[in-house]
Design a binder for this molecule. Structure first.
Ligand code: ADP
Ligand code: MG
Length: 245
């Protein structure tokens, strides 16, 4: 694919103490691309996402967002976090704010948007993810699937350049998984650049441009979903697929 790189990791290494959790990671995510990251538990998928958002620092290597190195601190870092939307397994909404306030807050505080404008945008986004009628409730009053869709709306409100999803459906009851995946599929169709850690292989097949398979802190395969699922090269990937498919 013609690559207009939005995220570039070059020779990235990270340790937790003795544990070499990211090993010589090279990864480019093009603008508008959907990259699904899969691999066994403990292989470094979450750490990879967190490094891109600079929730984790790295030992060596370079991470570029839109051609620029990740900032270390201050306003630049807050802007980076807004540019890189992140959705976690646990929904991480502010429990004491309403759904509407959750989606307005970052716009006002980080982007400096006027309140009326922020509210208008928040309502439009809540509508887009199918929870417009929940705007005045508190997160605990919503189902898990609804909360996760609010979390997506909240990230989108910042007009991110890329969205990172770290197992966004893993904590959901089965009947709610699809409503979240459908919002993500729609985002992908709208051209959002996305990095998605997931065990939902149906999503990977239908929405991903590339599948990145990680094991033991390394990227072992980086290929189209078609190639990966029909003909995995590595024993690690074959073994992994035999367990989950
Ligand atoms: P995955 O998301 O693929 O399951 P993680 O990135 O969460 O993997 O973790 C990779 C490895 O790093 C695991 O062995 C995990 O136990 C370890 N790890 C993750 N976070 C920390 C931390 N904050 N301190 C120490 N070890 C960690
Ligand atoms: Mg993880």
């Amino acid at each position: 694919m013609a690559v207009d790189p939005l995220i570039e990791l070059r020779d990235v290494n990270k340790y937790f103490g003795e544990l070499h959790v990211l090993q010589d990671i090279d990864l480019t995510v093009g603008r508008g691309e959907v990259v699904v990251v899969i691999g066994p538990s403990g292989s470094g998928k979450s750490t990879l996402c967190r490094a891109i958002n600079r929730l984790e620092t790295i030992r060596s290597g370079t991470i570029l967002l839109d051609g620029r190195p990740l900032p270390d601190e201050g306003k630049e870092l807050a802007r980076l976090r807004a540019d890189v939307g992140m959705v976690f397994q646990s929904f991480n909404l502010f429990a004491h704010k309403t759904v509407l306030q959750n989606v307005m807050l970052g716009q006002v505080k980080v982007r400096g948007t006027a309140k009326a404008k922020a509210e208008e945008k928040a309502r439009a986004l809540l509508d887009r993810v199918g929870v417009a009628n929940q705007a005045d409730k508190y997160p605990a009053q919503l189902s898990g699937g609804q909360q996760q869709r609010v979390a997506i709306a909240r990230a989108l409100a910042m007009e991110p350049k890329v969205m990172l999803f770290d197992e966004p459906t893993s904590a959901l009851d089965p009947e709610m998984i699809n409503e979240v995946l459908e919002v993500m599929r729609q985002l992908a169709r709208d051209g959002m650049t996305m990095v998605v850690v997931t065990h939902e292989m149906g999503f990977a097949r239908s929405a991903a441009n590339r599948v990145v398979f990680m094991a033991d802190g390394r990227i072992v395969e980086d290929r189209s979903p078609d190639e990966f699922f029909t003909d995995p090269h590595s024993d690690r990937a074959k073994d992994f697929l035999s367990k989950i498919l």
